[in-house]
Design a binder for this molecule. Sequence first.
Ligand code: GCU
Length: 359
Amino acid sequence: MPKAEDRGERAILPSLFGKDKTENWEKRRKELGEILAGEEYGKIPPPLPFRAEILKTQEEFAGKGFMEWLSLHFEREEAAFSFPARLIYPKGGRKFPFFIFANFSDAVPDRYFPAEEIIDHGFGVLSFCYQDVSADLDSFGQGAEKLFLSGDRAPSDFGKISLWAWAMSRLLDYLLQRGLADENRIAAIGHSRLGKTALWAGANDERFSFVFSNNSGCSGASLSRNKSGETVKIITDAFPHWFCKNYRKYADHEASMPFDQHFLLAMIAPRTVAIGAAKEDTWADSRSQYLSCRAAESAYRLFRPGTSFEDDSPRTGKEYGTSGIFFREREGTHYLSRADWLYYLRIMEKSAPAKSENF
Ligand code: GCU
């Protein structure tokens, strides 16, 4: 059967708001989070105390900054777990705007991580490789999950996206302890499956003032209703472990979901979120990501004026957003590129006019 939109119908999305709009946004925001936790990602595990170890520090980036090799150690009941992370920051001895970056590799720099250029903008980054937190496999037991799970996952227990999001929040705990970051300018960032993760981490943890989600697509920034490319069925067949078991109910039944991905984007209001799409990334589907921003904007408008999602489909290169939710589709393929980083840096710089003093 052709999709509803092809038949000239608009998808009917579940409403972002309860009965009462403005004064209850905090309450409604929590309800949105409970729905997404129960039906899609599973609940993010609770914070745990940890011991952080600095394994090595060295001057880097032609003497403009520092790089540190870290390890975070957790213990709970009988279980113990550690994961490594990498910290880079400019010289200057003041508080820097920061990214917590979930990456596919632990290398710094990396093809997705133009580290020196970020330092030159006066920003720090705390990065980790997601598979060091929990393997990207449909098996639970060996990674951070062993701190929380005993036996099989219940239908609304966390999937891996929630575990990786948990790690982002623990790194944020650490960053705040170090006193290196400007507390009002800390961003969660990730690409693709880790763009989904950054959204879920930022939606739940209000200490992230910015969230940057690059090419996150299905079950990330894209609306699931009427989506082209990847669907809930395809993603839960291929990657069931990313989600809670309940999510599977909606495979080929998107119209019955009591939520859609605009709930996720709205949960970040009134903080700032930017969605980066790529023209050739038809799997993620730029238009669905754009329509999700448009549907979520009413939450941002509770706090700031803005109506810049007036096009029916996004125009490549045009930057949308004035109210705290931003969208841009660039030319090219699925990738976290230099151009994407520069876009996100620019959004943060508008509220964080920081330049490295040593450059
Ligand atoms: C697959 C998957 C996407 C995901 C991507 C990635 O293509 O279908 O949903 O975003 O991998 O993480 O690279």
